[in-house]
Design a protein around this ligand. Sequence first.
Ligand SMILES: [Zn+2]
Ligand SMILES: [Zn+2]
Length: 177
Amino acid sequence: MICTIRRFLQQSFRKIWPWRQNAPDHLNFSFCFGDAAMNGKSNTHDGGCYCGAVRYRIQGVPDFSAHCHCRSCQLALGGAFVTWAKIPAGNFSVTKGKIKICEKTPGIRRGFCGDCGTTLTYAADHVVEGQDWSKDAWFTAVTLDDPTIVSPQNHVFVSHKQPWITLPEGAPAFDTF
Ligand SMILES: [Zn+2]
Ligand SMILES: [Zn+2]
């Protein structure tokens, strides 16, 4: 019902201001859930796998993102490198389907869609260089519906980087993490 009112108001505004794509922000009702157009203004962002069987939601914008060139990521994803992003673990939730886990190395869990194989998450039980990984939810940045909200900078594990990948001049690069 609220969505219908909002749509009516937006359509009315388009008639008054035809050059505007959307009504002014104060006509957007943030409690109108399920409307993808709301995501740009809200603090909630959705993502999911290639086939759509698994969907997830994050609260807020990732506070860190990096390109990982490690050999494990290369093989797990079938790509030369992967762009990871992280948010506090409590800000990540699966909203559809189930993430399947591959735990080849004990304590390191790579999550993927069991139907299409898209890698979605990475979790580790342990502390690495003073950082407790169990408090973070790591996920593949490109699986967000809007990957542009992520700002990856660092390249990590460049000691494993394929020789035919050339990093941009001056890009921050680290041999390990
Ligand atoms: Zn899938
Ligand atoms: Zn990696």
